[in-house]
Design a protein around this ligand. Structure first.
Ligand code: NDP
Length: 373
């Protein structure tokens, strides 16, 4: 199966929905083993039936604890197609004007927001006010202040706010985290995260500051930011960052093409990362410690994730990330399960604070302190 980046570089993001390869059935889903599950099922409506929404919907067909039961969309033809494909009843279909009425629908537990980044804030707050659990795609919003408002709104409404950090459930990633926690790499000294692809269609929302909130950092660089945290097990305390822009037509003011950034951590460990919309073959994490190393490449694509450590190849099972994520999220919502790496709104606000700091470091050319608590 092609990686997301292979797709993107060949056809451009906007064409993705038309070209999706079969997404399930090619991998072992760990949660699929729980065939006898007879607990509560998380009934989910997807908002935004685009390329990633389509991928999530397909992957959810293999879930045991979560089920796609509704849609929220601005495109009636997609709603019809999804209704017939997934057996979604008319009463569970909404558009962006009327979805507040979901509060009167006892057959939907949660809404998964998979729309452009700049819309997540208002949409999640409306979902919270409707009394439904919210799952937001990454980035949760476009700055830390908005992110905090989302956290506060969900808290006030007594609903959960989760974010689609699918790598937090990926077996090889979790094995590296286990090894690091067990001290198998020794003292962690260095992390390197390289995340990027060459973006296609210049008219897509990802290159529109208002809808995307920025550029590559918001979309793909966030994997290096989030990864630097779960791979090292520390929170960065400072950042320096440098932007390079070669195409001012495609990457307008406020839309970053390439940013290199460096973190310092309390232990003295450092990180060096690259985020770009203008280079291919960049999907690599490297963690170095006093006693060993881990390398994941690909590290955050849809899979299969591959990797090795100083002890040899990583052989944990290949999963369909979105299937596992949604089953695990059902457990988090209904059973209060605690994932090894958090996927809640507070976790996402940390990434957004770091993004704010990266943009400030680019703007000022100075080392910027990061305060996450
Ligand atoms: P797409 O453009 O493919 O789909 C977005 C959908 O949002 C549209 O199809 C549309 O659905 C809806 N929408 C509502 N308002 C607008 C608007 N003003 N402009 C464009 N679309 C609108 O984007 P993706 O699916 O690739 O990305 C959506 C979100 O998912 C982003 O936040 C992105 O970062 C995230 N994502 C996460 C990934 C992951 O691996 N975790 C991977 C890819 C994306 P409709 O017609 O139904 O209204």
């Amino acid at each position: 199966m092609n990686s997301r980046r292979d797709f993107l570089q060949k056809i451009g993001v906007s064409a993705l929905a038309l070209h999706l390869a079969p997404l399930v059935g090619w991998a072992n889903n760990t949660t699929n083993n729980e065939k006898t599950y007879d607990g509560k099922v998380l009934r989910v409506a997807i908002m935004g039936l685009g390329s990633y929404g389509t991928r999530v919907a397909e992957a959810m067909q293999s879930c045991t604890k979560a089920k796609l039961v509704g849609v929220i969309s601005g495109t009636p033809s997609k709603v019809k197609a999804w209704q017939s494909k997934y057996g979604i009843p008319e009463k569970n279909c909404y558009n962006y004007e009327n979805f507040d009425n979901i509060k009167n629908n006892p057959d939907i537990d949660a809404v998964y927001v998979i729309t452009p980044n700049g819309l997540h804030h208002d949409q999640v707050i409306r979902i919270a006010k409707a009394g439904k659990h919210a799952i937001s795609e990454k980035p949760m919003s476009v700055n830390a202040q908005q992110g905090q408002e989302m956290v506060d709104a969900c808290k006030k409404a007594g609903v959960k706010l989760l974010v689609g950090y699918r790598m937090h459930f990926e077996p090889k990633t979790l094995e590296v985290i286990r090894m690091r926690q067990a001290g198998e790499f020794g003292k962690i000294m260095f992390f390197q995260g390289q995340c990027g692809f060459t973006i296609g269609d210049p008219t897509q929302w990802r290159l529109n500051k208002q809808l995307a909130g920025g550029g590559a950092i918001m979309d793909i660089g966030i994997y290096a930011i989030n990864g630097s945290r779960y791979m090292t097990g520390e929170e960065p305390i400072w950042v320096t960052a440098q932007e390079t822009k070669t195409d001012h037509e495609k990457f307008k003011e406020g839309v970053d093409e390439t940013i290199q950034f460096q973190f310092g951590f309390p232990s003295g460990a450092v990180a060096s990362c690259l985020s770009t919309y203008n280079m291919n073959n960049l999907d690599r994490f490297f963690l170095d410690g006093g006693k060993g190393f881990a390398e994941l490449q690909p590290s955050t694509g849809y899979g299969p994730i591959q990797g090795r450590t100083h002890k040899g190849e990583l052989t944990q099972p290949i999963t369909t990330h979105q299937t596992v994520q949604m089953d695990e999220m059902a457990g988090i919502i209904f059973e209060n399960k605690k994932p090894i790496v958090p996927v809640d709104g507070e976790e996402a606000v940390k990434d957004l604070k770091i993004i704010d700091a990266i943009y400030l470091a680019v703007k000022t050319g100075k080392k910027v302190d990061i305060k996450l608590s």
